[in-house]
Design a protein around this ligand. Structure first.
Ligand code: SF4
Length: 271
């Protein structure tokens, strides 16, 4: 018998988690559970798929139909589930490295095709599990294990990437903004088509330690002090927005058909 709302969605025998104390992954996982509980979806018809990385361990802790797959390949596996079981809600969980680097191609093509997936990106701006290497979302100038004098690369803006690739629901939040995160994940779960929620998260163990934010609360403070709502950001200049995190819903298109619906309508005419 499960104890309460939180534990009914968890495999308690898998706890404690492998995550460092204070890691944002736990906040995102709890946001997902709250959002899922409010969504009215059926856990028996829900699949959660992940690749490799700290955040990808989420599938081990969640008591749904789960798949913990290969590095960068979560979206490929999830696409297979979504197309063979259109009655399922299919969720992908992964980090910035897993989804925008190794799995970057799968990500842009899922968005382009509008596959019916809810993709939750835990963006901690670094590779955590593999030891603090820079990822495509590490900001320029910030230190990582592979950029000890500062990152010389430009960072991906995950929201812009998802928008330009064609995702039909796109939102961003941070682990500091819990209520917003729950709201956006719930909207994404109820959306039909590719829904992307980027949640800025803290890896204080690597990103924070390398960049003067060693304690979890320092990174939470950073998110609190540097986040701007989209509506306010639209009235600000590019210079004023430098180093800021803009949160909000950037697209919500309920009219565009998802891939499966379009495919069935086109190819089942002779049946
Ligand atoms: Fe979290 Fe970073 Fe620790 Fe991984 S290494 S569990 S991302 S704090």
């Amino acid at each position: 018998m499960k104890r309460d709302k939180l534990t009914q969605y968890l495999r308690e025998d898998r706890w404690p988690t492998v995550w460092c104390p204070g890691c944002g992954n736990g906040i995102i996982l709890k946001s997902f559970i709250d959002a899922y509980d409010q969504s009215g979806l059926n856990p028996d018809q829900t699949a959660v798929v992940s690749g490799i990385g700290c955040s990808s361990r989420s599938t081990g802790y969640l008591d749904f139909n789960t798949m913990h797959t290969l590095h960068g390949r979560a979206i490929a596996f999830a696409t297979g589930v979504a197309l063979t079981r259109p009655d399922f809600k299919v969720v992908v969980m992964g980090g910035d490295g897993d989804i925008t680097a190794i799995g970057g191609n799968h990500f842009i093509h899922a968005c382009r095709r509008n596959i019916n997936l809810t993709i939750i990106i835990y963006n901690n701006m670094i590779y955590g599990m593999t030891g603090g290497q820079h990822s495509p979302t590490t900001p320029g100038g910030k230190v990582a294990g592979t950029m000890p004098f500062g990152n010389v690369e430009e960072q991906f803006d995950v929201v812009k990437l998802a928008l330009s690739a064609g995702a039909t629901y796109v939102a961003r939040s941070t682990v500091y903004h819990y209520a917003l995160t729950v709201k956006y994940i719930k909207e994404a779960l109820l959306h039909k088509g590719t829904a992307v929620v980027e949640v800025m998260s803290n890896c204080h163990t690597y990103y924070g330690r390398y960049n003067g934010l060693r304690e979890p609360w320092q990174m939470m403070d950073f998110f609190k002090e540097n986040t701007i709502m989209k509506e306010k950001a639209e009235k600000m200049t590019e210079d004023e927005l430098k180093g800021k995190i803009v949160v909000g819903v950037f697209r919500k298109d309920d009219l565009k058909q998802d891939f499966y619906t379009r495919y069935r309508l086109t190819y089942s005419k002779g049946e």
